[in-house]
Design a protein around this ligand. Structure first.
Ligand SMILES: C[S@@+](CC[C@H](N)C(=O)[O-])C[C@H]1O[C@@H](n2cnc3c(N)ncnc32)[C@H](O)[C@@H]1O
Length: 396
């Protein structure tokens, strides 16, 4: 199946409050509403609204390329997101869940050590938060597409990472009771009162009782989960009847509509190798394409997928997608070493030095201006069958 050829209808209601988001995802639209705007500022805000609406629509169909003809465009520049690449190595011997393990100069989780192949050090956390900003901009500010109503109850965020999604959900739905679970204790202490975090493995039996959650969410976990069918079975058991599960997962394979990225391009080759290495470690990095069917097979109903194209680089004409592309390319370039190091050294037995040398070429290739590539983001929602009068139908 070609993800590019599966357009789905755009959401009917698209909040645009994320448009002025910074990399942390923090927004200032409320401040803006409360302040009196000049005519110029109002025009600017309207232009942003239109660009955001167009971004959501184009990302689900075909993204228009910026051919440089719009001289008034305030294109997102490439500057400002350099990576700090100074890491030091040391060794941890304690087994506390709050400890860390160190390998090849990067910090990893200690609880269930070795099961997740990517670091959790501060530069990785910054990268995760930039990924969140990319998502917020791409999705017009929507944190979820399952129809939760205004008062969702118990919410689980599987593989919560820095907890940024859980925290924003907690702010948006004060009545909800949000639990973020992760192998790494990297979440902040100061969070909304309705948000809690726990170090645990979502692939082990869950502590909460069956029929407990109203909504189970995961995002960017396709590089982590080994047994999706079992995880879905567990999710189904722990959801209330009528409750929703939603997965937001990118297929980490660069596609292009115009053939500008040949299969032997170093970036394409990079991702092939990461897939091979993860396969040796028991992770199917292509699982994104299988999740919809797996959900149906697990027993979910009203299963649907939306596909958004995430541009890599600043090639889109649309301003919001240009920013999304800048964020995403930065996330991938800053992630070159942390994404490759664990899989290639553990899964393909490369040395750290071999990895570093190989990355030089890939790093350069990410900046090839003639390439118009993207990665498909799949948003898959499904519902636990309801014994009652029938479930609500909707996907936004
Ligand atoms: C790429 S990050 C995504 C973080 C977050 N979902 C987001 O979108 O911002 C994946 C996270 O999943 C966590 N993870 C991986 N395997 C896990 C498991 N079996 N149980 C719990 N968390 C896990 C990792 O520790 C990591 O923080």
């Amino acid at each position: 199946m070609s993800p590019s050829s599966s357009p789905v209808p755009p959401p009917s209601r698209i909040p645009i409050e994320s448009l002025l988001s910074g990399p942390s995802g923090s927004t200032s639209p409320k401040d803006l509403q409360e302040t009196e705007l000049s005519a110029e500022e109002r025009a600017l805000a309207q232009a942003h609204d239109a660009a955001a609406q167009a971004a959501v629509e184009q990302a689900q169909a075909e993204i228009e390329i910026d051919n440089g003809s719009d001289t008034t465009s305030d294109s997102a520049s490439d500057a400002g997101y350099e990576t700090d690449s100074m890491y030091s190595a040391s060794t941890s011997i304690s087994s506390s869940v709050r400890d860390f393990a160190f390998e090849n100069g990067r910090r990893y989780h200690k609880f269930r050590e070795g099961s997740y192949n990517f670091p959790n050090d501060p530069s990785e956390q910054d990268r995760e938060d930039m990924k969140h900003a990319m998502m917020v901009n791409l999705l017009g500010g929507q944190l979820h597409f399952a129809p939760l109503g205004e008062h969702p109850g118990n919410v689980l965020d599987m593989g919560t990472g820095t907890g940024i999604w859980a925290i924003e959900m907690g702010d948006r739905y004060p009545s909800a009771n949000i639990l973020g679970v992760d192998l790494s204790p990297i979440q902040p202490n100061w969070v909304p009162p309705n948000v809690r975090f726990m170090v645990d493995d979502v692939e082990s039996p869950w502590l909460k009782p069956p029929n407990y959650y109203d909504y189970i969410h995961s995002r960017h976990t396709v590089m982590a989960i080994r047994d999706w069918p079992l995880l879905m079975k567990r999710a189904l058991e722990h959801l209330k009847p009528g409750g929703w599960m939603e997965m937001q997962e990118i297929h980490h394979h660069p596609y292009c509509h115009d053939g500008s990225m040949p299969p032997d391009h170093p970036v394409a080759q990079y991702w092939v190798l990461i897939h091979d290495a993860l396969a040796n470690l028991g992770v199917n990095f292509n699982a994104t394409l299988l999740l919809e069917n797996m959900m149906r097979e697990a027993g979910f109903v009203n299963v649907s997928t939306r596909i958004f194209h995430v541009p890599i680089g600043t090639w889109p004409k649309n301003k919001v997608l240009k920013l999304v592309g800048l964020y995403w390319r930065t996330v991938l370039m800053d992630g070159l070493q942390p994404i490759a190091l664990g899989p290639l050294t553990r899964g393909l037995k490369w040395s750290k030095e071999q990895v570093e040398v190989w990355l030089i070429e890939v790093r350069k290739a990410y900046m090839d201006a003639w390439v118009h590539s993207h990665m498909p983001l799949h948003i898959i929602c499904g519902q636990k069958p309801d014994d009652g009068d029938g479930p609500p139908q909707a996907t936004n």
